[in-house]
Design a protein around this ligand. Structure first.
Ligand code: SF4
Length: 345
């Protein structure tokens, strides 16, 4: 009999599993803690469960994580892990060291349906959503490989649009932030979206204390439509209303990501349009120079241009940071994740 993989099961599901076995539900919490909190996949080592329960579990279940196919290391310390999934698809996860801390950039889908014109993942098209287990599995692998303190922050900014995989996003955040699970506070988790307006409201209403980052990249509907097809469905005024709602509910500022493309959105008029757009919203703006992707028709502005944009925006926005691209030499930077799908680009 094929043993069932418990990777991705929530604490409630593990309590149900114990009930089905005729055991008390609290044993499901113990099981959950062993599997995610202690990263112990071997049921026979779960010493606070009876021997009989351990053997029953080992007979029916397994807890198998993701298998890395390749790990690339950048000169700047960034690491990119390519995982081969059970169905042959691949996803990538990026570890970004920043001072003493490490941030993990997690993928939520194989490919992406939203087709942003500048993004390597968007070029792949949508393959499928990642399961809860495949999302959490990226982090469990890193903990297993690099130790329990191997990261302090998580950003859902890898392959895919996390809000398009909403149920699995929410259940994976539950496992990650549970004291019994990966025990990383939700406040250390950032969900990044291109701006799926109804889902931003839904995320705010979950009450989860996660952070929100909205990829803006242009401050007028016309320009945004030119690079992000999703913005045809949601105009900027609706997106700003959703952003305001999130900040009110979450009682925290949000982040707007703004990638600078040479000659497209990097002028003084763009500075003015952007500062006007975000007026009154508690926010920080992250400016990042575009990371070139193969033959895509966008260019990276000079470092001087990026700094100048930041300087001009700074007095007109609540907070501005100019982010450095990480992992450029291993195609691990923002918008470059494409697994092995885009060899021809
Ligand atoms: S930028 Fe994000 S939403 Fe847009 S295509 Fe790439 S992965 Fe999808």
């Amino acid at each position: 009999m094929e043993r069932i993989n418990l990777l991705g099961r929530t604490v409630a599901e593990m309590q149900d599993l114990m009930l089905e076995m005729g055991e008390k539900p609290f044993k499901g919490r113990q099981l959950f803690k062993w599997l995610y909190g202690a990263n112990q996949p071997d049921f026979l080592h779960m010493t606070d469960l009876s021997l009989s329960v351990r053997h029953q579990l080992a007979e029916k279940y397994r807890f198998e994580g993701l298998v890395p196919e390749k790990i690339s290391r950048s000169r700047d310390g960034t690491e990119k892990i390519l995982f081969r999934l059970d169905d042959g698809n691949v996803v990538e996860t990026v570890m970004i060291p920043e001072k003493a801390k490490k941030t993990i950039c997690v993928s939520s889908q194989v490919g992406c349906a939203l087709g942003c014109r500048f993004c390597a993942t968007g070029k792949i098209g949508f393959k499928r959503n990642l399961t809860t287990g495949e999302i959490v599995g990226q982090l469990l692998f890193i903990r297993r490989q690099y130790g329990p303190d191997s990261f302090q922050n998580i950003v859902f900014m890898g392959m895919g649009e996390p809000l398009m995989n909403f149920p699995n996003l929410i259940s994976s955040i539950g496992i990650i932030s549970s004291e019994l699970g990966l025990a990383l506070s939700a406040k250390k988790i950032t969900v990044s979206t291109v701006g799926l307006v109804p889902k931003i409201y839904e995320l705010a209403d979950t009450g989860l204390k996660v952070n929100l980052a909205v990829s803006l990249h242009a401050a007028t509907d016309e320009k945004r439509r030119a690079i992000m097809p999703v913005s045809r469905g949601y105009i900027l005024s609706e997106l700003m209303d959703a952003a305001r709602y999130f900040t009110r509910k979450r009682k925290k500022r949000i982040t707007f990501e703004y990638i600078l493309f040479e000659g497209f959105n990097d002028s003084f008029d763009d500075v003015l349009a952007l500062s006007n757009l975000i007026k009154g919203i508690p926010c920080k703006i992250n400016i990042l120079a575009y990371n070139p992707v193969g033959s895509l028709p966008y260019n990276r502005p000079s470092d001087e241009k990026v700094d100048e944009f930041g300087r001009l925006l700074y007095p007109r926005a609540p907070a501005v940071t100019v982010r450095k691209s990480r992992g450029l030499d291993i195609d691990a930077a923002c918008g470059q994740l494409a697994g092995k799908y885009l060899k021809s680009l």
